[in-house]
Design a protein around this ligand. Structure first.
Ligand code: BGC
Length: 420
């Protein structure tokens, strides 16, 4: 098998607005301030207490100091990327990146239900131009987990008019930026968001439990379809997708009793949303981090190597995930994949092995068009705060100094050679 990737393969990395920009004012910022003390006080129990849907937890001794500090849970200045994007894109260009996924912060663009901020739109236009000046293809996400506070106060995604509200924002963003963007991601990981808000820790604006969960998934799916139409009506050539979390579900010991739950999980998590939006997808944006080995409905087992979050590192799971996506007959772009690894102990081998699997999947007929590593920069990891370090580039949050990790240089080499 040739080790080269297709010539047009898009190599790069991803970020999201709230996780890197700093000084956002949205539903998360309000929630962080109200919950930082609680998150710090309950960190040990939350991180090591075990969970039905996950296996593995971080090494508590290694993370305890940061995880018990309330400041860890307040995004604050984050990476100050809103101001420092030029330098950050210089770094991406130095590291040979040819594509970059980032998200627009809805709360900046539409600070009130009836108000839009032209300066914010101009800012994102400048960001896109800064990428293009460096020969980097922008992949623009319209919604990556954060919403304006006014939207949250109306019930967030569970409110009956949520999709119409979102559509007004999408229309404005597409009108202002559409001529400069070829790749759009409408919404990021509907089921992750619904799960974390309705059954997990994240800010829930319309209650928790099963009904709001289903409603949230349904609304985000509809939001995608409408956003797709808005974009395509004005820019028929634009390539539009969602970023879909795809998990490789494997039945423990391949037993029949475990095969059924694995198949059900695969149907609900991987297949359901993609089927519903099949006609409104130009490609599939795949976010992939994990394999879950199911013993009945419990996640069991762990490989030897895990990330700092305790997530198992299974590079071959990406092959299985990609081969599953073949069934939709669409091109695929890996819009996120990576590991929290502050010491940069695993990132390089994991990345190399993942890319070998991607190459194999291409050889076996899955049309993968790009790979965007999560993440370009260390960033704010939602309810876990700042301690998990996903960046190819390390960020010193005290000084805002950036230092590419060794794995970033290895990735730059791979990009230069267009393969391994
Ligand atoms: C999300 C990112 C997040 C990453 C690592 C994905 O689910 O889209 O925002 O940082 O996973 O947890």
């Amino acid at each position: 098998m040739s080790r080269a990737f297709p010539d047009s393969f898009l190599w790069g990395a991803s970020t999201s607005a709230h996780q890197v920009e700093g000084n956002t004012e949205n539903d998360w910022t309000a929630w962080e301030q109200a919950h930082a003390d609680r998150l710090a006080a309950t960190a040990e129990q939350r991180l090591t207490g075990g969970h039905r849907f996950y296996s593995g937890s971080p090494d508590w001794e290694a993370v305890k100091e940061l995880a018990t500090d309330p400041a860890n849970y307040v995004s604050g200045e984050a990476c100050d990327h809103y101001n420092q994007y030029e330098q950050d894109f210089d770094l991406a260009a130095d590291l040979n990146h040819a594509a970059h996924r980032f998200s627009l912060e809805w709360s900046r663009i539409q600070p009130g239900p009836e108000t839009f901020d032209q300066d914010a739109l101009d800012h994102y236009r400048d960001m896109i131009a800064a990428l293009r000046d460096r020969g980097i293809e922008p992949v623009v996400t319209l919604w990556h987990f954060t919403s304006p506070q006014w939207f949250a106060e109306q019930g967030g995604w569970t409110a009956p008019d949520a999709v119409d509200r979102f559509q007004a924002y999408v229309e404005r963003a597409v009108e202002a930026l559409g001529d400069t963007v070829s790749y759009w991601i409408t919404v990021n990981e509907p089921q992750v968001y619904a799960t974390q808000t309705c059954f997990g820790e994240w800010p829930a604006h319309g209650g928790t439990g099963f009904r709001p969960y289903l409603r949230t998934v349904h609304r985000l799916t509809t939001a995608h379809r409408q956003a797709y139409r808005v974009i395509k009506d004005c820019h028929p050539d634009a390539q539009v997708s969602i970023a879909k979390s795809v998990i490789d579900y494997v039945p423990y010991q391949h037993k029949l009793t475990n095969r059924l739950p694995a198949r059900a999980a695969d149907w609900w998590w991987n297949d359901y949303v993609l089927r519903r939006i099949h006609d409104e997808l130009d490609f599939i944006g795949m976010n992939h981090y994990s394999r879950k080995v199911l013993h009945r409905t419990r996640v069991v087992g762990q490989p030897e190597q895990t990330s700092d979050l305790g997530w198992g590192l299974y590079p071959d799971a990406v092959y299985d995930a990609l081969m599953q996506l073949k069934r939709y007959g669409k091109p695929v772009m890996i819009t996120e994949n990576g590991a929290a690894d502050a010491a940069d102990e695993h990132r390089e081998w994991y990345l190399e092995q993942v890319l070998r699997q991607v190459r194999q999947a291409i050889a076996d007929g899955c049309p993968v068009e790009g790979y965007l590593h999560w993440s370009l920069l260390d960033n704010f990891e939602w309810d876990k705060g700042f301690w998990p370090r996903f960046g190819l580039v390390e960020v010193d949050y005290e000084t805002q100094e950036r230092t590419p990790r060794d794995s970033a240089y290895r990735y730059a080499e791979i990009i230069e050679q267009n393969g391994l």
